[in-house]
Design a protein around this ligand. Structure first.
Ligand SMILES: [Zn+2]
Length: 300
């Protein structure tokens, strides 16, 4: 089969990071020739390695045959121009098809995750069709297990809330997930900065001073603004102040947001929170170990 795999950030997000039933905008070329799904690359965790591995999307032989037959012959006489999965409802024409796809790990070559994906078009306000995808099945299931660094940095109580947030995410409960993540951020934000102030870093002393001032003034926005200049470089990796992002998200009024808006916010909040937890964990462990050895070897 000589069809080039599609380029589509939405599809990568759908396969690698999305819980079930989350609707994601896709490249419309998939609807024109769904065989472009074949060999699409995306990261996914595999038992063969600790870090996520590149997986290539595979379709069953009979699926490819069905798609090829459709694109070559259509559905039969008079139906040649019909698009794949096309339906007509009154004056509405759309496309909808559900495909079983498999991810093959490029490290161990084993077939690993299996997804059931619903592809469907929806008309926007100006009458154009957009293509969306939604996972409706996945094995192994969307993980509700917190990463190792998360459980090592968060307090026991907040780890429990974090896990509840993941459970809400996996069930597509956006408001629930967002509220649990916010709860973690609200009660953990200052504690995280305290952990930063304990790091073996020359700038830590400044972080400590700012925290002491904060204990008297309680002006959290000022603290977060000023602390940025004294964070370890690794915590600045997003190119913006992650603590301000976390604090800002915790002050958004949930009552104004729909469930799906909350789901998107919960996913972003998790991304930034995980980033901060991972960097603090690395600074506390691996990096402090490296610094210790460098100190031992330095000649002065
Ligand atoms: Zn593997």
């Amino acid at each position: 089969m000589k069809v080039k795999p599609i380029k589509c950030d939405g599809l990568r997000e759908l396969l690698s990071d999305s819980p079930l039933y989350r609707k994601i905008l896709l490249n419309p070329e998939i609807a024109i020739d769904p065989r472009t799904l074949y060999d699409f690359g995306f990261p996914f965790s595999c038992n063969c390695a600790e870090d996520p591995q590149t997986h290539l999307l595979k379709l069953e032989d009979y699926t490819i045959k069905e798609m090829t037959d459709h694109l070559t012959y259509g559905f039969g006489p008079g139906d040649r121009s019909k698009k794949y999965g096309e339906y007509r409802l009154l004056d509405e024409i759309g496309q909808r098809f559900i495909e079983k796809v498999i991810g093959q790990c490029q490290n161990c070559k084993k077939d690993n995750p299996m997804f059931l994906i619903e592809f469907f078009t929806e008309k926007n306000e100006v009458g154009e069709y957009y293509l969306y995808g939604k996972k409706i099945g996945q094995t192994p299931p969307y993980s509700v297990k917190a990463e190792g660094y998360v459980s090592k940095i968060l307090s026991k109580e907040n780890l429990d809330f974090y896990r509840k947030a993941l459970m809400n995410l996996s069930g597509n409960y956006g408001i629930g997930a967002f509220v649990y993540f916010r709860r973690v951020v609200e009660s953990e934000l200052i504690k995280l900065l305290e952990q930063v102030s304990e790091l073996d870093d020359p700038k830590s002393i400044k972080v400590k001073q700012l925290l002491e001032e904060h204990r008297l003034t309680h002006k959290t926005p000022d603290l977060l603004e000023e602390v940025y200049g004294f964070l370890p470089e690794s915590l600045k990796g997003l190119g913006t102040n992650p603590f301000k992002l976390l604090y800002g998200s915790a002050s958004v009024g949930v009552h104004k947001l729909s469930d799906s808006e909350c789901l998107e916010k919960a996913l972003s909040l998790r991304y930034v929170l995980d980033f901060v937890l991972k960097k603090i964990y690395e600074e506390k462990n691996e990096i402090s170990e490296v610094k210790k050895h460098l100190k031992n070897l330095s000649i002065d």
